[in-house]
Structure formats: C-alpha cells, structure tokens
Design a binder for this molecule. Structure first.
Ligand SMILES: [Zn+2]
Length: 297
C-alpha cells in the first residue's frame, strides 16, 4: 500500500522575490508550447517567436523513455535548455523530473518548484540542483503571471491542498502547479493553451477566470497523461463550456504507447468537446522519428 512508502518534504528555500520575478522579461513574444516525447511523463517547453524554448515545464519521462540508454549530451540536444531562464516542476512525481537527473544543461537553469511531500529520491535530486527555490506556501492558491515584451502571458498557480488531506502521503497531482499560455489581441480577445501538469482542470481556480474572459481554447495538454481519475464534473463543465471558434483544439496526450494505467482516455475529451478537438499522442512522434508535438497559436 502507498502508506508504507517513505515520504519526505522538499527542503529548498522559498523564492524570495516572487513579486516582479519575470523570466520572460527579455522574450519578445510567445509562439506556443512544445510537448516532448518522453514516454510516460511530461516535458514541455514554452516557445518564443523564433520557436526557441524559453521556459521549461517539467523534464520527466520514465516508462518507455526514449532516453533510457542515451548520454546526457543526447538528452540535452533533444530537450535543449539553452534559452530557458527557468525550469518549473509541476509536481514531484518521478515522471515529471527524472530525465533531468541524467541530463546536464537543464540542471544549470534556475528551478522553481513546489514544496511537497514526495519520495526521498525526488528530495535528493532537488538538493543536487545548483539554483532551486520553492514557491512560498503563503502564495499557494494565488495566480501569478509572467509577461513577454509584447504582453503574451504565462499564468501559473500552485493548487492548495483539499480534502481528503494529502499532507501525510501527499498526492502530488492534487497540489501541483498548473499553467496556461495566453495571447491577446489589442481589442482584448485572445487565445489560450492549457498546461495543467497532472492537476485536473476543474481544480485550477484561475482556469475558470480565463474561461470567463472568453479566451478561445487553442489547445491543451491532457492532465495526468489522459488519466480518468479525478475526472470531475467541474473538469467536464470547464471543457464543455470553454469557447472554441475553430475545429482544431489541439489536445496532446503525453504518455507511453503501452502503460499499466491504460492512459490515455481520449474518450473523456471527445465526450465533452465533440468534434472540436484534434487528438495527438506523443508516442506517434517516435514513428516518424520526431521528438515533439507543438501547439502553436
Ligand atoms: Zn505524471
């Protein structure tokens, strides 16, 4: 049972200057997001106007990882950290950070991570990073925005714990960081791409706020690799009612071809969003020897 697992708390210090902290301050504008094929897990880059990664979200992939017998140079080349000022970990489940343990370049960036109860292995990895800060617990549940020079936005929030209490053997999925990338027009309209990590959409408070602003849903990464756990009415309603004005809401499932969890459950998304979605699975990358799937604005 999970209750027998050893669990520890991430020990890094809080990010001191969270207000005004903006890793996109020198980024001209944003083109979208890139979802790497990492097998079962997540590794996602936010791209600038020249399709260069400028913010890295997670760096994982465990089961069926394409990096299993590869060198750190190869991992660096496949998921380059070159222009990323910041790496954010959505939560400390191993499939969201473990490729970084074998890579080199990405570990030199600044890391902003949630303070969670997790595996001793994850805690050890976090202490080996040269520049790592935690999101202050006092700011949990609050939405933050990084802005590019043209006003494009990356919103993020660390979700507060909820019942049942996850503090002892924490369910990292339910208290992780969820992100969204927004591009607005001068008239106030805009489009959004949702990057929730493993957090169910219905648990992310500011997603409802973005939906209410009538931002068009351009694409999303299915939460928790297309899991159907925590598939709540709040999540279903959010997807069902989010404005779309085109027939290609790009919906990416980041998972391995075969996994014991039977991810992804694409039918959940089809049920709520009908024919508006274009379904793409990361294992399809490997067939053509590609390494990633882009969701472009
Ligand atoms: Zn995961």
């Amino acid at each position: 049972m999970s209750s027998e697992r050893a669990r520890e708390l991430i020990v890094g210090g809080d990010l001191a200057q969270i207000d005004g902290f903006n890793p996109l301050a020198e980024v001209e504008s944003l083109n979208g997001v890139r979802v790497y094929d990492v097998g079962q897990g997540d590794s996602i880059a936010i791209l600038d106007n020249r399709d260069r990664p400028v913010l890295q979200i997670d760096y994982g992939g465990r089961q069926d990882s394409p990096f299993r017998d590869q060198s750190s140079e190869y991992i660096d080349k496949c998921m380059p950290a070159g222009d990323c000022r910041l790496v954010m970990v959505t939560h400390w489940d191993e499939d969201h950070w473990c490729s970084a343990a074998r890579a080199a370049a990405v570990r030199g960036a600044t890391w902003l991570v949630p303070r969670q109860v997790t595996s001793p292995r994850a805690v050890r990895f976090s202490t080996e990073l040269t520049d790592v800060s935690c999101i202050p617990e006092s700011r949990v549940g609050q939405a933050f925005c990084f802005k590019a020079m043209n006003g494009d936005e990356v919103w993020w929030e660390k979700i507060a714990a909820s019942e049942p209490d996850a503090s002892k053997h924490e369910d990292c999925n339910r208290t992780g960081v969820a992100l969204a990338v927004v591009k607005r027009t001068p008239s106030g309209e805009g489009t959004v791409i949702l990057v929730p990590g493993d957090a169910p959409f219905g648990r992310v408070r500011y997603y409802e706020h973005l939906r209410a602003q009538k931002l068009t849903l351009r694409g999303l990464v299915a939460f928790h690799h297309g899991s159907r756990s925590h598939w709540t009415e709040a999540t279903r309603r959010l997807l069902r009612t989010w404005p779309v004005n085109r027939w290609d809401v790009r919906t990416v499932f980041s998972c391995s071809r075969d996994n014991p969890f039977r991810h992804p459950h694409v039918e959940n998304y089809e049920e709520e969003m009908g024919e508006t979605i274009e379904i793409v699975r990361t294992p399809s990358c490997r067939v053509g020897n590609d390494r990633y799937i882009d969701i472009a604005f």
